[in-house]
Design a protein around this ligand. Structure first.
Ligand code: GCU
Length: 369
């Protein structure tokens, strides 16, 4: 199989130094993903954005955790962030978690914080804050069929008729929202802003990867079962392909051209992962998730490791030859991996792997308090 080469520039040059990677090739790859796949996000923090804490609950559910509800907004647009922060005397690392609509609909994190997809109490118990961004506040999911008028598009996008073929679409909007949560974390003095992770499941995992690719303030990216246009190499994968995923409005207009022309796509997903180097990255697969394709998620980790090792002198993914065992942690390098037995899901088991990895790896392997 012919996978696009991460370390050859569009001009055909070999990229063999950190200088060439950071000044030329990295931006080139990010630009291609913006132009052809996710659409370009408006850069930076919007003018006049404010964050107001609108609810505080100390001793949340009898634990040393404070719940903060935050209303973020500008112009006449606002969205909600839900923060669960362990009560400590020192700054704490924080996960930013994109809660997708299916999870929003079947959960009430205030009443039942120990949810199946996000065990808030366990996470805080282990010393991590978690800030949840409900995706519907940024833009409702694809039932809206490329409306691009609601949510953030209503204030930051041109009229639908004036949209360009590389303008941002839903995943870019959600990733933009995760970056706004990071803006907010930077205003708090109880958060260790050197240790911020962006995390998500499935479409949320695709979003977390794209967010981390664009926002270097995320020092760790967690992709749970993100599959097609997330962590799985597209070329040669099982299950979902471009024309399946393009029934959604998650990607830019240009991406539709590739429905039956995948081989023409100038990028593939190992290149998305490589944009996160030298930061920490975690890829999770589910063993019975052929739609996402665990084998090609591992392939992306293996191929992206080239940037960790050749450019930064770090170990990327340290994985044995195939077949890789399920329910085993591969935590040796800067790209962590495990494959959970069973179907497409995120569970407390996954969170334990993520926190074990981060405990061990953050601050260059020296766990900070
Ligand atoms: C669908 C979609 C996937 C996506 C998943 C999810 O299965 O085809 O690309 O990852 O939904 O978000 O749950």
């Amino acid at each position: 199989m012919n996978y696009p080469d991460i370390l050859t520039s569009l001009s055909g040059e070999k990229i063999n130094s950190r200088f060439l990677w950071e000044n030329f090739r990295r931006g080139e790859i990010a630009g291609l993903f913006g132009d052809y796949v996710y659409g370009k996000c408006p850069a930076g923090k919007p003018d006049g954005i404010s964050f107001k804490v609108t609810k505080v609950i100390g001793g949340f559910h009898g634990h040393k955790i404070t719940y903060n509800e935050i209303t973020a907004g500008f112009s006449d647009y606002s969205f909600k962030i839900m923060g669960f922060v362990p009560e400590k005397k020192h700054k704490v690392p924080a996960f930013v978690y994109l809660m997708i609509e299916a999870q929003e609909k079947r959960s009430d994190l205030l009443e039942e914080p120990q949810s199946d997809f996000l065990p808030v109490l366990d996470i805080a118990e282990r010393g991590y804050a978690v800030f949840v961004l409900p995706s519907s506040g940024i833009y409702p999911d694809w039932e809206n069929k490329a409306d691009y008028r609601k949510g953030v598009f209503g204030v930051l996008s041109p009229d639908r008729e004036k949209r360009r073929s590389n303008d941002w679409a839903t995943i870019s909007a959600w990733a933009w929202g995760m970056s706004r949560v990071i803006d907010y974390l930077e205003t708090r003095d109880d958060i260790d802003t050197d240790n911020i992770a962006v995390a998500g499941h499935s479409r949320g995992g695709k979003t977390a990867l794209w967010c981390a690719a664009n926002d270097s303030r995320a020092s760790f990216a967690v992709s749970n079962a993100s599959g097609c246009m997330g962590a799985a190499v597209l070329r040669g994968k099982t299950g979902e392909h471009i024309k399946d995923i393009n029934i959604t409005d998650w990607f830019c207009e240009n991406f539709k051209k590739f429905n039956d022309n995948e081989e023409m796509l100038p990028v593939d997903q190992h290149m998305l992962l490589s944009l996160i180097a030298p930061r920490l990255l975690y890829v999770e697969s589910c063993s019975e998730d052929d739609w996402a394709d665990p084998l090609n998620e591992r392939l992306a980790c293996r191929l992206a490791s080239q940037v960790y090792s050749e450019i930064y002198g770090l170990k990327g993914a340290v994985l044995p030859d195939e077949p890789v065992e399920a329910d085993k942690a591969y935590h040796e390098g800067s790209i962590g991996y495990h494959m959970k037995s069973g179907k497409h899901s995120i569970t407390s088991e996954d969170w334990n792997y993520y926190m074990d990895f981060w405990d061990k790896k953050r601050n260059g392997g020296k766990k900070g308090e």
